[in-house]
Design a binder for this molecule. Sequence first.
Ligand SMILES: [Fe+2]
Length: 479
Amino acid sequence: MSGRMLQFQLTRCFVVALTMLAGMSEKNAVGHDPVAAPHGKAYQSMFPEPTAVLATDVPDRILVSWTDSPDRSFSVTWRSLKSPDAVAEFAPATDGPEFTKNIQRVAADTAPLATNLGQVHMHAATFSDLEPNTLYVYRVGNKRTVSLPSGDAKGVEQHTRDYAWSEWIHVRTAAPFEGEVTPARFVYFGDAQNDLKSHWSRVVREAFRDAPKMTFMLHAGDLVNRGNRDEEWGQWFHAGDFLLSSIPQLAIPGNHEYDVDPANKSNGRSLSTRWPLRFEFAQNGPKGSSENIFYVDVQGIRLIGLDSNIDPKSQAVWLEEVLKNNPNRWTIVTHHHPIHSTSRGRDNAGLRDAWQPLYDKYGVDLVLQGHDHSYGRTAPLERNETSGKQVVREQTGTVYVVSVSGPKQYSLKDYEEAEENPFESRGEDLQLYQVIDVTHDRISYQAKTATGRLYDQFEIIKADDGEKKFVSPEETPAE
Ligand SMILES: [Fe+2]
């Protein structure tokens, strides 16, 4: 090929390449313009993609809760694949890394858990004799079943060679209660249940942005859709991530934590064997309970968790004792199925008959519930035992809340007679979280939507003699 011909060919190639590039860039520009991607329904019921499903030696799905006095102790659970030797370490937190010179180690209790995705091990450890209202660091570790490569093992301390560890995690112990309430703030979630990674994550994370110094989180049942499906718990942990290991968690089971166990199908639907391994709650419930019924006293609040999936009458005797012998300033009860239902065809008369008389008798302040996939909040109610009607009694009554934090939504119930509607505030097609502040003289409640928008609020003010005053939304000062 002559020099002139070569130059011509090269020029042609260059022009062709430029034309192609120009065409591509034009095509890409079109491709970058947003186009409508319509989704058939707001609640997508997505396939629960496995999230961190494969357990290893490295601790994961770490969760902090209270087994004992929240001002003196906290407990932690986590999982690993094998690791018969699991340990946890703790120390008071310091401004720099020197807390590591003051570490104490405790052994964990370990139990195997058969899941639909294979066997893992669950571990639980409790840190006790702590100082109240103090920031601690802790970490959890599993003895390695796979040794570090010899090159990597050089230059690391023995405890790192021997154990795979979590990060150091901060947890603050609660303040003591000696008659005066130290302000506490907690966040309550109705059913998360569905599309946990896709749709619940933004709610729990917005709640954290809103109330980062919260004392605890409370889940009123149906944390997942199928209590024995490991990938759903993986999604729950993906959504909550480090919040679940650094903010004490309280929860009671919903109907979806009652599930057929793939390792024990003959049992039928029963409380997931995972529940008492996953959560370390006080074992102070009625005989035979499995951390599904308990109470905990935190900063002058007695928080009582009931299991509305099982016979309510059998829990009433225990409930009355716990309500009667209660030195706390405030009483908050949580269970999954509501005493007053917000959605159609979901009345729970048995619960109302068994438990509301006790709430009335002992002046329970607040009942936090889920299950109906819509929102409702009453004024302080009591039941007139003669007529059976709900009446507003500001000074002594109980405020009932039904809420939902996940994306699954049901329609509100229609009332034939307006006076039959016990709710002061109701809503549907909402994902909500509640920020609840408790001080010595008041409970301040705010329901917020997934975007952090204030949706509903009220206050309960309590005098020293125990008489209450209810401040409704119109009177409650806006943010
Ligand atoms: Fe439910």
